[in-house]
Design a binder for this molecule. Structure first.
Ligand code: PLP
Length: 376
């Protein structure tokens, strides 16, 4: 074994005794924010930090973006807003996309958290809380423009408008809607959602509009409104399918080798003996599996990398480990404790998502909790 390589590999093994290292580059995150801000200017850019900032750590991500000037943060659930609230000063607004759950009204008002109102019923709930507290309460009003998921449906629009005219207790900050196919530039759904949003904006001319997610930002100015809501693009994921990714990678994942071996032709690898090697093969077992967010659908499909060389996954992905073929590496290059790259310069989020039959979002949000996290 080459001494320089050994030393280099050992330097890369970090302190905490973990078997995998997730590096989160907060300076790349900030550059992505700037890139999106440049694309949407003069509209402002919020940060979607739901699901623990897509798995990267909502507190760290939000604090860094706040320091960089971001003042609007979206989470999905009220509990997420509650845990983020103490991390940010009151000039930062936290919005809850899933809206108001019955029973949360007082806590929501107390903490200064802004619910996204998705129905007439939620508007009534929030107005009722405002009356009880005898003060106006802020909210965002979401309309369904064709996704049938969240937001005031078309048949409730006039009742919502009537209620806003009569009850002055809810202070609508802006109206919003969400695109279902923003990552597909050619989808006709984008244009029809935009047309529906324009009809809504005409019905509620007193309010400004918040529309674009990551993909929507790159659909053009018509989609920007006054505030964009990117998530995946901040974290380095590609905003648009089938186009070069304009974002910088934020996440790097390296996993340690826990054993290497050479097996003869005919050897069975992994659970179920699902893989039979055809010729003598050098294998390495690495210390991450489906419990660490590497989907079982990568069995006999995906790969990891070392020095830019592709090391195919052989056999099934286990809970805590994966076996890879290292025959194409120089002998001795990988040994116990050495690291292979799962995400990084050789393999993007989109690469691994494609091999797993899923999307970058699911890979990112699934990255497990056993990795040692390092923020840069
Ligand atoms: C998750 C989410 C976003 C962010 O979407 P990305 O595609 O990750 O940019 C924006 N708006 C709403 C309503 C969402 O649910």
């Amino acid at each position: 074994m080459d001494g320089a390589v050994r030393e280099n590999t050992h330097q890369r093994v970090k302190k905490g005794g973990a078997s995998g290292y997730l590096t989160i580059d907060l300076t790349a995150l900030v550059r992505n924010y700037d890139r999106l801000a440049a694309e949407t200017a003069p509209a402002r850019v919020a940060a979607v930090v739901k699901a623990d900032a897509y798995g990267l750590g909502a507190n760290r991500v939000a604090a860094r973006l706040y320091a960089h000037g971001c003042r609007h943060f979206f989470v999905a659930q009220f509990a997420e807003a509650l845990s983020l609230r103490p991390q940010l000063t009151r000039d930062a607004t936290i919005f809850v996309l899933n809206g108001l759950q019955p029973g949360n009204e007082l806590a929501c008002a107390d903490e200064g958290i802004v619910p996204v109102i998705n129905s007439l019923e939620q508007l009534q709930q929030w107005a009722g809380a405002a009356v009880n507290l005898n003060r106006r309460l802020p909210a965002v009003l979401q309309f369904d423009t064709g996704m049938s998921r969240l937001g005031v449906p078309p048949q409730e629009r006039s009742a919502v408008a009537a209620m806003l005219r009569t009850c002055g207790m809810v202070d609508i900050q802006f109206v919003m809607s969400h695109l279902a196919s923003a990552d597909e530039t050619l989808s006709e759904q984008n244009g029809s959602q935009l047309a529906e949003l324009r009809r809504i904006a005409a019905e509620f001319p007193e309010f400004e509009v918040c529309f674009a997610n990551s993909g929507g930002i790159f659909l053009g100015e018509a989609y920007h409104g006054v505030l964009a809501r990117p998530g995946i693009a901040l974290y380095g994921g590609a905003p648009t399918d089938g186009r070069p990714n304009p974002m910088e990678p934020v996440v790097k994942l390296d996993v340690a080798v826990v054993q290497t071996r050479t097996v003869p032709a005919g050897a069975l690898v992994g659970y179920g003996g699902a893989h039979i090697v055809v010729a003598e093969t050098r294998l390495a077992t690495i210390a991450a599996g489906y419990a660490d967010g590497l989907p079982r659908s990568l069995s006999d499909r995906g790969a990891v990398y070392c020095d830019g060389i592709r090391l195919p996954i052989v056999g099934r992905v286990s809970m805590d480990s994966i076996t890879v073929d290292i025959s194409s590496l120089p002998e001795g290059r990988l040994h116990l404790g050495g690291l292979v790259e799962v995400l990084g310069s050789s393999q993007t989020l989109e690469d691994i998502a494609r091999d797993a039959g899923t999307i970058s979002y699911e890979i990112l949000t699934g990255l497990g909790h056993r990795y040692e996290r390092q923020y840069r």
